[in-house]
Design a protein around this ligand. Structure first.
Ligand code: PGA
Ligand code: ZN
Length: 452
């Protein structure tokens, strides 16, 4: 019943108008399952390889016809006749077929599209909803063993739950092309008691922020890649101040109801040769890791910041150790470019007391199984996982179902405009309604132990 009959890929387009891979897989006598692969802009150096055609005469070299062909030929040949319900075996076959450490032969886009479409195909064949199917696939990774005292993750990973959303309000860095050094200024509705309430608060603040920016003579309409406003401001801290004002004008209390998060995405302003950081905001000055940490510490004292992502660069392990020692007991310190959803890199972080949280992006590693391995490792070692979209997204809602199915606790999808983002937020509203009492919502309480 779950034997694969047909595998087919095609080139489609993402939210930036860039080509990407869609895969459809059909099991015997069932409807096909389908998945589309997202794509990053501020990608980490250690991510699995996204295979692009590189043909300058077509779609600026960004075509994915080679990856599509790999699915339709080699991958299809191996998968037809195999059991889609055995996700781990399918993913293992894909890894073996590729044969490289970073999926550069077949392409992580070809492999992830196939891996996810397999899950959707088996869901169709078994008559299961995607969330139920992902929950069953995750169940194979349970029980979680406590490799260390689980304070942060004690509520996570064991049962269905709606996530705390972490939502981009103002975009800078490589996502908005203006003058802000930091990539995302986010809000986390830590005081909300349901997902719906959390989302309503965010939407209210988002509109209020647009008005507030306009009132101060800034652009409050143009947005960056993830739908956050992309104003030209005179400094990074201005972005936070406008957001705090918008929260207050929305009748909400900064810190208590809504906290602040940052994705510094610092790799893009790090010079690996001189091991220094270069911010627009500080002109020609070259900052050391400690200088950047000083700045982040000052901000954490001054503002209700609960989460900082990629505060330091992907290769600055010693800087990361200092950052974790200084802020790790007060703030969620997320490794994105640092860990690239790779269990080996995360293990290195765990062993060296680096970070206390990991961003989970399926296409950084390239199969569902490896993604869940990284998630399990994080939960067992008391690292908060944050399941995340990419800056180039589509209507695919996998991460919404996956975050609920795994009970990972947090989701980062970008802002509350643009349908590739709302596709996920709306899917979560449906799941909240459909699952009712069967899905918990812990919201910001997952940070309580950390604040003690
Ligand atoms: P990316 O950005 O998808 O462009 O990598 C998202 C992030 O850095 O979190
Ligand atoms: Zn990031």
């Amino acid at each position: 019943m779950t034997i694969i009959d047909d595998v087919h890929a095609r080139e489609v387009f993402d939210s930036r108008g860039n080509p990407t891979v869609e895969v459809e897989i059909r099991c015997h006598n069932a409807r096909s399952g389908r998945a589309i692969v997202p794509s990053g802009a501020s990608t980490g150096k250690f991510e699995a390889v996204e295979l692009r055609d590189g043909d300058p005469n077509r779609l600026q070299g960004k075509g994915v016809t080679r990856a599509v062909k790999n699915v339709n030929s080699e991958i299809a040949e191996v998968l037809i006749g195999k059991d889609a319900a055995d996700q781990q075996a399918i993913d293992k076959l894909l890894l073996e077929l590729d044969g490289t450490p970073n999926k550069s032969r077949l392409g992580a886009n070809a492999i992830l599209g196939t891996s996810l479409a397999t899950a959707y195909a088996s869901a169709e064949a078994l008559g299961q909803s995607p969330v139920k199917r992902f929950a069953d696939i995750w169940a194979a990774f349970l029980p979680l063993e406590s490799k260390q005292n689980r304070n942060r993750t004690s509520l996570l990973g064991q049962s269905l739950q709606l996530p705390l959303p972490m939502v981009n309000m103002i975009s800078g860095g490589l996502h908005a092309g203006r003058n802000l050094d930091f990539q995302d200024f986010l809000i986390l509705p830590v005081g909300a008691t349901s997902y719906r309430q959390a989302l309503e608060w965010i939407v209210t603040c988002y509109h209020q922020l647009g008005k507030t920016l306009n009132q101060y003579g800034h652009e409050g309409t143009l947005t960056g890649d993830e739908g956050g406003y992309g104003p030209k401001l005179s400094g990074n801290s201005d972005a936070i101040n406008y957001i705090l004002e918008a929260i207050e004008k929305s009748g909400l209390e900064p810190g208590h109801d809504i906290a602040i998060g940052l994705d510094v995405a610092s790799t893009h302003f790090y010079d690996a040769d001189s091991q220094t950081y270069h911010l627009n905001a500080t002109g020609d000055a070259a900052l050391s890791s400690s200088d950047v940490i000083d700045l982040l510490e000052e901000w954490t004292d001054q503002f209700p910041i609960v989460s900082i992502e990629d505060g330091l660069a992907e290769e600055d392990w010693t800087g990361w150790q200092e950052l974790t020692a200084r802020l790790g007991n007060r703030v969620q310190l997320i490794g994105d470019d640092l860990f690239v959803t790779n269990a080996k890199r995360l293990q290195q972080g765990i062993e060296n007391n680096v970070a206390n949280s990991v961003l989970i992006k399926l296409n950084q590693i390239g199969t569902l199984t490896e993604t869940l391995e990284a998630l399990k490792l994080a939960l067992e070692h008391d690292y908060w996982p944050v399941i995340s979209a990419r800056s180039g997204e589509t209507e695919d809602t996998t991460i919404a179902d996956l975050v609920v199915a795994t009970g990972a606790g947090q989701l980062k999808v970008g802002s509350v405009s643009q349908s590739e983002r709302l596709a996920k937020y709306n899917q979560l509203l449906r799941l909240e309604e459909q699952l009712g009492e069967n899905a918990a919502y812990h919201g910001g309480t997952i940070f309580q132990d950390a604040k003690k």
